[in-house]
Each structure stands twice: as C-alpha cells, then as structure tokens.
Design a protein around this ligand. Structure first.
Ligand SMILES: [Mn+2]
Length: 356
C-alpha cells in the first residue's frame, strides 16, 4: 500500500509578509491548490491513505473557504482515506466541526486510536499538553506500525507543552513515526527498528521557510520505503552576493545576475549584498531591485555590505572631508547609519551625484 505523510500545510495563512495584497491572495490560493494537487498526485499514484500530521489549518476556525475546500476535496476522492490528526494550530479544527463529515475522513483523539489497513496499523493521539502518553502505547510487533504525533521533538529531559519525547518512543515496535510541527523535512533513526520523520510544510510561507517543501511518500510491502517528494509551487530562496570587487552599477548587476542564474523565475527571492564597498561604488539598490524584479515572481535586495573609507587618515586631515568624517564617527549613531551618512556625504563632498 501507499501512504502520503504530510503536515503543517497551514491552509488559510494570510501569506501577507513581503507580498502585495494581490500576491498574498494569490499565495493563499496556491496553498489550497497545492493541497489539491497533492490529492491528484495520490490518485495518479495509487495512494491509499493521506496522513495529515497536524496543522492542516493555520487557525482553528475563521477560514471557511479553506475548510470547505478540504471537505469538498475529500468528498470528491472517496477511494482515498484521509487520516487527520489535529495540531496546535487547528486543535479545534473547523473542518471537523460539522455533523456530516465525509465517510473517508478519520480523526484521532485524546487517547490512542488505531486504523488497520491489512498488515499496516496507523496509530495516533492528540498530545496537547499531555506528557503521559507513552506507557499506554502498545503495538503488535508483528504488524507494520506507523505512529503519528504533532509536536516538537525532544530527547530525555522533561519539558511541558506540546513536545514529543523521542527517547520514550524507542523500543515500542514503531516502524515509522509520522510527525508534524517542524516546517522542514527531517528523517532520522528512532531505534533499531524504526525511523521518525517530519515532512515539513507543503509551501514555504516566508524566508524562514526556505528551500524545497513537499511531502513523504511511503511505499509499503513487507517493509517501508520512504521518499521525500518536493511539491511546492514556489520556493523561498536566499542568495548572498559579495560585491567587494564591483564598482560600477553594471558590475554589481552582473554579480547578482550570475548568482541567481539558474534559479527558476517562479521562486520568491531575496538577495543579500555582502562584502565591502567604497565611496566610488555605484550601489543603486532601488534601481537594481526594479530592474531585476521582472526576472522573478518576487525579488528583494537587502544590503549587508559595509563601507570601507579611502586609505586616508581622516583623523588629522585638515579638510571639509576630514571634519565631516570626524563629526560622523564621533556621533552616537549606529554603525550602519554612520556608514550611510559617510557614503553619501563623501560622494557629495567629492562632487559626485548623490543617488537614492
Ligand atoms: Mn504545529
């Protein structure tokens, strides 16, 4: 049999960070559409079960469209079993609020609950703040055991809150521990028998969720094969570009272009300018952002380069420039503000056009 293990889809997220209202709306729809595409993938690849390990919704309620979309999709695919464990974001999920749930939608509760598919048993529990779940988990060693939980992994030490004590789940006959809560893919050994896995989210929602996102496909015969399937419609990508040797606008632009070439244009990009610059550097960031933003769905340039003053000892220089540098450096302004003022001020004193 085949199972999709996904989690942390956060349907109904506002997606408004970084984006215009139009783009945010588009990303909200993409999030729903990617869930729909995953169900299509399940159909096309003979997947029997979609196991959702928590945080399917971004909030319990308030997003009627996301809830109705999910319920409608589940009803339209009666040959797939949807096992939905709620997480900390959707513990009172609106999807489960109605009386008339789809017949192919199954849930978990505050006590361990198992679903059997031949030799495969999927067992889960809503942990909430309950730290006392481990002793009551008893699994048949002769079955293929998948256990699902939502929370932050910890080892050893006691800690309150929605945490999963990995050590306490060792030696429990678990073959695959299907987790949710961490938004990046992670697969690690559990014990001599099993592994534990966070699939990560389906779509990144910000630059703290960079890189490939997707779900895990489990192919089960007498053992489990697991494959991470990248599935996001866009990725958040961050790139560092060292501009130390670039002086002209064109040189900086070419450095940025060569660093981002090959990155698909549908991605959501952030370019950090790093290294050093001088008062001669043509660092016209607004112009560069505008020019390059046509190359990507979204592109943002953040300047982290630092100013290197000309090889001149301004501390005793009897000139307007010397007086200016001493005045700025003796001020209480933060380092980056001082650099900005010195950059533009020295350009002005040297008779250059001051941009930005
Ligand atoms: Mn969570």
């Amino acid at each position: 049999m085949r199972i999709i293990h996904c989690a942390d889809i956060h349907l109904g997220s506002k997606m408004s960070t970084h984006f215009t209202p139009t783009q945010a709306r588009e990303r909200q729809n993409e999030l729903l559409a990617t869930f729909g595409r995953m169900v299509d993938y399940a159909n096309e690849n003979n997947v029997n079960v979609i196991l959702i390990a928590g945080d399917l919704l971004d909030t319990d309620s308030g997003n009627l469209r996301a809830s109705e979309y999910v319920l409608s999709t589940i009803r339209a695919n009666p040959s797939i079993c949807f096992l939905y464990l709620v997480g900390n974001h959707d513990s009172n999920s609106l999807i489960l609020a109605g009386d008339n749930l789809p017949k192919n939608l199954f849930t978990f509760g505050k006590k361990w609950r198992s679903y059997e598919f031949g030799n495969v048993v999927i067992t889960g529990i809503e942990i909430g703040k309950n730290n006392n779940i481990y002793n009551s988990l008893v699994l048949d060693p002769n079955k293929i055991n998948i256990v699902t939980l939502h929370g932050q992994e910890i080892t050893g030490q006691k800690k309150d809150g929605e945490v999963i004590n990995i050590d306490a789940l060792k030696g429990k006959n678990i073959d695959y521990l299907a987790l949710g809560h961490i938004h990046s893919y992670k697969l690690a050994p559990l014990d001599n028998r099993g592994v534990y896995c966070y699939p990560g989210c389906l779509e990144g929602r910000g630059f703290d969720e960079c890189g490939e996102k997707g779900f895990v496909l489990l192919d089960i015969t007498d053992k489990i094969d697991y494959t991470f399937i990248p599935f996001a419609s866009r990725e958040f990508v961050e790139v560092n570009v060292d501009i130390t040797d670039a002086i002209t606008y064109e040189q900086i632009k070419n450095k940025v272009l060569s660093s981002i070439s090959g990155i698909p244009k549908e991605n959501i990009m952030r370019v950090y300018l790093t290294g050093t610059y001088t008062t001669d550097t043509q660092k016209y960031i607004d112009t560069l952002s505008t020019e390059l933003s046509h190359n990507f769905y979204f592109l943002q340039i953040i300047d982290r380069s630092t100013l290197v003053l000309p090889q001149k000892d301004y501390s005793k220089d009897i000139s307007l420039a010397g007086e200016f540098v001493r005045l700025v450096k003796s001020s209480n302004l933060p380092q980056d503000a001082q650099e900005q003022i010195l950059y533009y001020g020295l350009q002005a004193i040297n008779g250059k056009e001051v941009n930005e």
